[in-house]
Design a binder for this molecule. Structure first.
Ligand SMILES: NC(=O)c1ccc[n+]([C@@H]2O[C@H](COP(=O)([O-])OP(=O)(O)OC[C@H]3O[C@@H](n4cnc5c(N)ncnc54)[C@H](O)[C@@H]3O)[C@@H](O)[C@H]2O)c1
Length: 250
């Protein structure tokens, strides 16, 4: 594992109550950074670091006023906003479906959470980054939007395809302000989002579809995100990083 230094750095992390977001928060906390975390869920009990390194806001990312207030509070408390990890997302197997038949209110709701919430966080974070001379961002998409799925979840994959465009737009518009933006495309990762793989037989069946022969651990996605946020990726912007154990090779 590469060790990164985030001391005196401040990161906003959405979805920090979930599998991958919580791991990103812990890696940055252990590397000496402060984190501003936003999630619908309660604060996880197993966060690293000291309480004074953390601001946890339980609430809805589709509420622009709430998001802006939390990020501004984080900047006031910690002195800057240097990083943004847009991790939160929903995959609603029960209600997401083919675009030909999905309830359009559900379609809109999925877009609000999976794509527009990233607009709220970026609009709130970028002024702070510009004020202090730069910053880095990472936005979570999915390999599903690159390869399709036999069971369509069209709102999810279409919104996630937009995440790549959002990231590249931010990268090109903000490069001159020393702000980098990159997108991550996870493959199959064992988190609460994939509770459907609860039984070992199901997990083994899923693992056999991956060239590396296993489902990813959340830490394997978190370390890719932390790398892109870190100084180690200082010349990387506007890329789409696939982290999928070779799934797209098939
Ligand atoms: N797990 C996988 O197999 C997989 C695969 C591809 C992409 N991804 C993407 O990775 C990202 C992280 O997923 P994960 O696997 O850690 O899932 P997760 O369900 O463990 O975490 C997602 C978090 O987002 C939060 N969230 C959802 N809607 C919210 C809202 N409106 N406001 C505030 N918080 C909200 C949830 O409460 C949850 O804690 C997601 O964007 C997901 O689409 C995951």
């Amino acid at each position: 594992m590469i060790a990164f230094d985030f001391s005196s750095r401040v990161a906003v992390i959405t979805g920090a109550g979930g599998g991958i977001g919580q791991r990103i928060a812990n890696m940055i906390l252990k590397a000496g950074g402060s984190v501003v975390m936003i999630d619908l869920k309660e604060e996880p009990g197993d966060l690293a670091g000291l309480p004074e390194q953390r601001l946890y806001a339980q609430g809805d990312l589709t509420d622009q006023a709430f998001v802006t207030a939390v990020i501004d509070e984080g900047a006031a408390r910690f002195g800057s906003i240097d990083h943004l990890a847009n991790v939160a997302g929903v995959l609603w197997f029960d209600r997401d479906a083919s675009l030909l038949e999905i309830d359009l209110d559900v379609w809109d709701e999925i877009f609000e959470i999976n794509l527009k919430s990233m607009v709220h966080t970026a609009r709130a974070a970028v002024p702070h980054m510009r004020r202090t001379g730069g910053g880095t961002m990472v936005h979570f998409s999915t390999t599903q939007c690159l390869r399709g799925d036999p069971v369509p979840q069209d709102a999810y994959s279409t919104a996630k395809a937009g995440v790549g465009a959002l990231s590249r737009s931010l990268a090109s518009q903000l490069a001159s302000y020393n702000i980098r933006s990159n997108a991550i495309y996870p493959g199959l990762t064992m988190t609460p989002l994939q509770a459907r793989w609860g039984i070992p037989e199901k997990r083994a069946e899923i693992a056999r579809t991956v060239p590396l022969g296993r489902i990813a651990e959340p830490d394997e996605l978190a370390s890719a995100a932390v790398f892109l946020l870190s100084e180690g990726a200082s010349y990387i912007t506007g890329i789409d990083l696939v982290v999928d154990g070779g799934l797209l090779l098939k």
